[in-house]
Ligand binder design. Sequence first.
Ligand SMILES: [Fe+2]
Length: 575
Amino acid sequence: MKILGLAGAVFHDAAAALVIDGEVIAAAEEERFTRDKHAKGQFPLHAARWCLEYAGIDPQALDAIAFPYAPISIASAARWHYAKRYWYAPDRALDALFHGNRRFYRNKTRALQLLTDLGGNPDRTVFIPVEHHLAHASSAYHLSPFDQQEKVAILSIDGKGEYATTFFGYSENGKIIKLKEFYDPDSLGGLYSAITEYLGFEMLDGEFKVMGMAPYGDPNKYDLTRLLECRDGQLKVNTKLVNTVGFRRYKERGKGYYFSPALIAWLGKRREGDEIDEPYIHYAASVQQLLETTVLELVNYYLGDIIRETGKLCFAGGVALNVKLNQRLLELPDLQQLFVPPAANDAGTALGAATYAAYQAGDTVKPLQHAYLGPEFSNEDCIAACESHPQRPIWQQCRNSITSAVDILTAGNPLAWFQGRMEFGPRALGGRSILGDPSQTGIADKINLQIKYREKWRPFCPSMLDSIAPDILQSQHPAPYMTITFPVAQAWKTRIPEVVHADGTARAQVVTAATNPRYYALLQALEAKTGQGVLLNTSLNRRGEPMVCSPTDALNMFYSCDLQYLLMQDILVTK
Ligand SMILES: [Fe+2]
C-alpha cells in the first residue's frame, strides 16, 4: 500500500508522511517549506508534494490518504461529555450535539482538495480517517522497536483531538486496544498550555519554556492542585480557572486567553518579559509537578498492571514532548523501556495515521530507524545556493569537513551544521543544528549572543557518542530523539557544564554510527582531540522561525545573525 499521511487537522503543525508497504519513506513539516512556524491553519501541500517527489511516486498511484481526525458518533460518550461540561457556553454545547462532526467534514474536503492539487485522483485514492489519538498511539507503538507480538502499554496525551484529550491503551498482536479516554475540557495538555499563556509564553512553543523554567522554582511554595481533581482514575479540570472559553475567558488588549479572570485574581497579573522572576518560577515548578503527579497517578491506575507485566510503554501526543515527565515515567520501578517518537506532537500524526492505515490494510509496519526523514542536498546544491545568494557568500569546499568542523568548535566557536536529511520533529538531531564544544566555558552565552533567539536561562542539550552515554547518563536506555532527560553523573557535570540543566539533568541525544555516520564521525573526531565526544546541539533557526530546510534557508539565517561559520555538507561559509 502506498499511503500518504496528512497532519493539520487541528489547525497547527501540518505535516505529510509517506509510508509504502509498511515502511516510512519520507516525512516533513509544512512549516519548513513555507517558513511559517507551525503552519497554523495550513494543510501540508508543499510537504506532501516533496514526499511524493522524493519517493518518485505519481500522485495518481497513491492507494490511500490517511488523516488523523475521524467522525465521532453521537452515541459516543465524547460528545455528551463535552456538551455537559460546556453547559456555560451553550452554543458550543449544542454544536457538539447537533453538528459534532462539522470540523471532520471540513477537514475531509480540504484533504481531498489537497490530493487534487497534487494531481491525484480522489476516485482512485481512498480517504481513511483515523481517530486523532489512535494516530498518536500508532506513531508511538507501530514505529517502536518493540516486538509486535508482545503486549505493550500505550499512552497519548495532548490538548485535544476530535474530543479526546488523553488515551490509555495497550497492544495485542499488533492491534491497538483502547482502555480509557478523557474528553475536552478535561485536558492536561490544555491545562499546561493555559498556564503557559498565563506565564507569558505562546502556546505550542512556550510549553518547553515553562518546563525549562520549572527547575528554578520551588514546586511546594504555591499549591496549584485546585486546577484539577484526580481521584479513582477520574480527571476533572477546573474550568472556572483554566481551559476556559467564551465569557469565562480572561481578555487583555482584545486577545482572549484559555484561563479566566479568576486565575488572575488568585495568582496575580499575567507574566511578561524574558526574565525568570518570582513568583512565576514557582508557578512553573508547581504546574510541572502537578502534571507529573497526575500523569503518574493515571498511568498507574489504567496501565499499571500492563507495565508490571511487560515493562514497556509507548507515549505520544504533545505532552509526550515534556521530557521531565518522561524522566519521571522512566523512573517507575516496573518500567524498563519507554519509547517516545521524535515527532510526538501533531506533526507526527501524519506518520501515525499512515502507519495505522497500513496496519489495518495488512501491511507489516517496520520500526522507525531514525528521524532523518526530510529533504537532503548535495555539495553542488549548496554551492549553487551560495552562488545565487544576494549576500555573495565567501565559501570553500573542505578537503576534510570533519577536521575543519572540529578546529572551528575547539577554537570556541559556534558552528552552524547542515548535513544529510532534515529531521522530522521539533528537535535538531545533527541534521540542521547549531553546535558548540561544551567543554568551552561560555559557549552557551556565545550562542545566545550570536543568535539572540532564546531566553538565556533556557538549557542547551547534548549529543553524545553511544560509547560514553551510559557513563554520562548512568543509564543504558536508548535516547535517539532527545525526548527524555537523564540525571548527569557527578563526574561529568563539571566536564560539560554548558549542557547540564539547573536540576542536574540533560535532555540527551545518544548518537549511533548506523543512524547518522557523519555526525558520529564528528563526535569521534572531537573526542580524539578533546577527550570527550559530546556536543552542545541546538536547532538551526532563529527565535520564532522554523528550523532551516534548504541551503538557501541556511544562508538567509546565517546572514541575519552573528554566526561566523556555516558548514553545509562539505561547503564552509565564513564571514
Ligand atoms: Fe494531537
